[in-house]
Design a protein around this ligand. Sequence first.
Ligand SMILES: [Zn+2]
Length: 496
Amino acid sequence: MANDETPTDGDVSRRDYLKFGGAALSAVSFSSVASAQSSNGRGNGNGNGNAPDDGGRLLIRGGTVVTVDPDYGILYDTDIYVEDGEIRLIGDDLDANGADVVDAEGSIVVPGFVNTHLHTWESGVRGVAGDWTFLEYLDKMLGEISSNYRPVDAYLGNLFGAVQQLNAGTTTVLDWFHIANSSQHTDRAIDGLEDAGIRALFTHGPPGDDSAKWWENSSVTHPDDIRRLHEERFPSDDGLLTLAMGIRGPDYSTDEVVRQDIELARELGIPASMHIGSLGSGGVSKLDELGLLGDDLNYVHANRLTEEEFALIGESGGSISTTPEVELQMGMGMPVVGEAIDNGAIPSVGVDIVSNVSDDLFTQLRMAVQVQRGLNNQPAVERGEQIQDVTPTAHRALEIATIDGARALGLEDEIGSITPGKRADLTIIDGDDLNTAPVHKPVETVVFQAGIANVDTVIVDGTVVKRNGLVHNPTAQNHLDRLEQSGRRVLRQSDI
Ligand SMILES: [Zn+2]
């Protein structure tokens, strides 16, 4: 993957190195190559993950398996046998058959989380926008910071952003890329996801270096470069990375542009995702008027849509990405998990931007579901009554972060539940840590008690990318200080 944009040691002065070296990503602990090797002495496989070199066979032994598959439910003291990246068997005392054995006794095994909205590139400017309003964000992030990203910054942002998603137990992400300032930016961002070893929908959006042109009632159609990507970088929809289109949609572009962009996505046969309803209502009604609604559309935020518009999304089979922490901070409105569920739209959760908020789905899911409970409870509170039940339930919440997320991205046949025949995307959570023990109800433990520190092992497509609490990714480990260098330079050059 190395090319002339890959940072080299020459980019970093010794002084800078001493000051910043190793400080980036302190939340991620990397394993050395030696310690990442499996306990049975078999070595590292290909790629960045710790794939077994024993025919791709993996046995996850003795865990509490929360399948999120209604046919299997929750299985205790159960084994999962994986071969060639596929879940082959779930059962008791399965034959290891020479497989690399992952001990899951005392742990909870869940489907890898699906984060349906992340601008991964922003990991280099993590935490700068914790007090910003939405308009400030549009002005500073998309008007200024985004124009100062170079291709190498896009690479580093996506690499480390995606590695941290894996560290946090998220195995699939929709990466909404809106700094397509050049084809090099785009290519390097895709390289970053590839080097991270995550499953992702790379969602190609507009450039970030002339934001007014692209975001203020834009009359410019989607960049043609997406045709090149479709032909050259995503010739098939197999593999960990697939292509989607990040359109501006009716809140940010003219009717004609909306029509042409959605028609282009449909011509290419890829889904389209748009930010909508965080400034006001009417966008979905407009799509209806233009005859463009469909089950290939993903709506991000959607806070201020009308009841009629939620119904239109549900009837057309669309999905909604709720990013509660950002929405609550930046004045978009209340998260709409309840509206999605009530109207038959596919609910899902995302992080959105680590410039502002936490990047793990534990936090986002917990916030989404507890805010929704508060909203559901409030009418009774206002009547001076006591509530009769609590909704959404913990189980419904876990579905939203797994199988519904997969449905939102059109991947429900491949991932989202622990089901024989699906790809092996799994997250194993320690059940014997101080904040998780004792486990009485595994789903409640995962949804309301656990966090990043409890993520022991993460598996993507049968490849172990985190084990014993340590991420294994030599590419990221070798560039630990680069993200910090990149982020500091971008901010230095930005007038914010
Ligand atoms: Zn967004």
